[in-house]
Ligand binder design. Structure first.
Ligand code: DON
Length: 304
């Protein structure tokens, strides 16, 4: 498959969507990113890499970090993780508190903010600095030591984290936080502020498309069963209350972030990442979802 031509065609055809949507404003530092940025990268399990546009520029990975944090927590706890966080789509906004009250402080899944805060709590019990551990894990996945988080974005989010603080304290009231909620929120904000490019994100997620083995290093990250479980969670919960529409349109497991990035998998073959900071009402990249839909349309390849 000539993925370079596919990416070039998408870049041309995405023009009407580019710059549409709104950049995330509830984290003021993210609102400074130019809305018309667009990049896309495809990396294949057999070592090829294709890019277009701003695919090499680093951006705030935000909720995409939840994927890597969840992989780490699953490696630590195995299926015991599901006693603290569920694995059902929430059908509510990523930062909603609503279900927590009637569901005893157990978040629906690890990709909404509540679930990710539980995951960070699991990591904070095991590591002195949960965010540093997540960073080290991603660095190892792509053998890229200069990867870091943007302290201005982390501080900006910390200064506007009332919603996430409320979620963490609310879960603590149900006994579903082991570490101090303030410490967990701080680690979570830093982890969300990690900056990576489309190429780096696609490379970092590639093990999920390769049965759990990182092709770059040969390291087994997840066993085949755990790898299936994490990929399935991406499919059902990776794009929040829009997960149904996303799978309908794109047909791939994916994880999005309010920085405008979306990582997706074509199992057995490739990982891809698109970045465009303008978001739709659900907090997913507007042009990004469109570009991924074009990808599966133009290639004729998806899960189905
Ligand atoms: O906690 C937050 O609200 C952000 N740090 C991350 C949210 C996010 O990326 C949701 N994604 N679409």
């Amino acid at each position: 498959m000539d993925y370079q031509t596919v990416l070039d065609d998408i870049y041309r055809d995405i023009a009407p969507w580019r710059g549409s949507g709104t950049v995330a404003r509830y984290i003021p530092e993210l609102a400074r990113v130019p809305v018309d940025k667009f990049g896309m990268a495809v990396v294949t399990v057999d070592g090829r890499c294709f890019t277009v546009g701003d695919a090499g520029e680093r951006f705030s990975i935000q909720s995409i970090s939840k994927l890597f944090a969840c992989v780490m927590a699953f490696r630590l706890l195995g299926d015991a993780l599901w006693q603290r966080v569920g694995r059902e789509p929430s059908g509510t906004a990523f930062n909603s508190l609503v279900q927590l009250e009637t569901e005893q402080g157990k978040p629906r899944n690890p990709f909404i903010n509540a679930g990710a805060l539980v995951v960070t709590d699991v990591l904070a019990q095991r590591f002195v600095r949960a965010d540093t551990a997540v960073l080290a894990f991603i660095r190892r996945l792509i053998d890229q030591a200069d990867l870091n988080y943007d302290s201005r974005v982390a501080q900006s989010e910390m200064a506007h984290a009332n919603r996430n603080r409320a979620i963490a304290h609310f879960m603590a009231s149900f006994g579903n936080m082991q570490m101090p909620p303030e410490q967990v929120v701080e680690a979570y904000c830093r982890q969300c502020a990690i900056t990576m490019s489309c190429v780096e994100l696609a490379q970092a997620a590639l093990f999920l498309a390769n049965g759990g083995v990182a092709p770059l290093t040969g390291e087994r990250i997840l066993d085949v069963s755990a790898n299936k479980r994490l990929s399935a969670l991406m499919l059902t919960c990776g794009t929040y209350d829009a997960a149904g529409d996303f799978v309908f349109r794109v047909g791939l497991p994916a994880k999005s972030g309010v920085g405008g990035g979306i990582v997706a998998l074509l199992p057995g073959e490739l990982a891809l990442c698109v970045w465009s900071p303008g978001l739709d009402a659900n907090g997913n990249s507007l042009a990004g979802v469109q570009a991924l839909e074009l990808f599966t349309t133009y290639t004729g390849r998806s899960l189905f």
